[in-house]
Design a protein around this ligand. Structure first.
Ligand SMILES: Nc1ncnc2c1ncn2[C@@H]1O[C@H](COP(=O)(O)OP(=O)(O)OP(=O)(O)O)[C@@H](O)[C@H]1O
Ligand SMILES: [Mg+2]
Length: 242
């Protein structure tokens, strides 16, 4: 079952091609690592998947719904943190989410507060939910971002460099949260990161891009067959310089 289908996607800015005829699929249950050097086009593609910008060419489908033609249904299947999540610092985490949950038309009014409490519990913020966001650590803000992404009960969660700025404990918590949401709630993940060792630990699939083009995509098993004991990082450096 395909959760995300990227089909011949091209994005241009003036005469520059930022994403060039890119195609790949992500399957139900995957934790997919999305890697590529700075400026490769990761955030640009993620912004297209989440409907923030439009491709010049190609189709993106989420759970079979086309992001351009069936926008509401497609975007209802996905939760995302693109760039750092923005919360009101003088409001509590809970109140921030109570505001954001109103954007989900499919959640009835009386279920808003219970849903907010539920996602706070899932990400382990129930004890701090009533504290102002400005008192949160970066790792807590990141978890609040994931709580926000979970509100609409998405099939797919997209995270753009979620580990940025996190300390080793924060990275470990994030890793465990992703793996738990994947295993217990069946959520598929698409995660961009420059932390290749970290991705190699959690990902069942990789998509590697360079200068807007797909370089390699496949499963962790396929990766190990071609890479053997060479780490993702070493192979990555080789791919990018060859
Ligand atoms: N609106 C825009 N207009 C023109 N060029 C853009 C625009 N947005 C992004 N770019 C360019 O597109 C290229 C890809 O940028 P993008 O942010 O997608 O890369 P990235 O893979 O996310 O990089 P990083 O790892 O640094 O986050 C870069 O060269 C960037 O300068
Ligand atoms: Mg980026």
């Amino acid at each position: 079952m395909k959760v995300l289908e990227i089909e011949h996607i091209t994005k241009k800015a003036g005469r520059r091609t930022l994403v060039d005829d890119m195609s790949f699929d992500i399957l139900q249950g995957d934790v997919c690592g999305f890697v590529g050097p700075n400026g490769a086009g990761k955030t640009t593609l993620i912004r297209m998947i989440t409907g923030l910008i439009r491709p010049e060419d190609g189709n993106i489908r989420i759970e079979g719904f086309d992001v351009q033609r069936d926008r509401m249904k497609a975007l209802a299947q996905v939760g995302a943190i693109v760039e750092s999540p923005i919360f009101f610092p003088y409001m509590s985490g809970q109140d921030n989410l109570l505001n954001l949950v109103k954007l989900h038309a499919n959640i009835p009014k009386e279920q808003r507060a219970p849903r907010v409490d539920e996602v706070l519990r899932i990400v382990g913020l129930e004890a701090r939910g009533k504290d102002k966001v400005k008192t949160y650590s970066l790792g807590m803000k990141q978890r609040l971002g994931i709580a926000q992404a979970l509100l609409g009960n998405p099939k797919l969660i997209i995270l753009d460099e979620p580990a940025n700025g996190l300390d080793p404990m924060g990275i470990r918590e994030l890793r465990n949260l992703i793996l738990e949401l994947n295993a217990k709630h069946g959520i598929t993940f698409f995660v961009s990161s420059h932390l290749l060792d970290e991705l190699q630990r959690i990902c069942s699939r990789f998509v590697i891009i360079k200068e807007g083009k797909l370089v390699w995509q496949g499963t962790q098993e396929q990766w190990q067959q071609i890479a053997g004991s060479i780490s993702l990082e070493d192979h990555f450096v080789e791919m990018m310089t060859s």
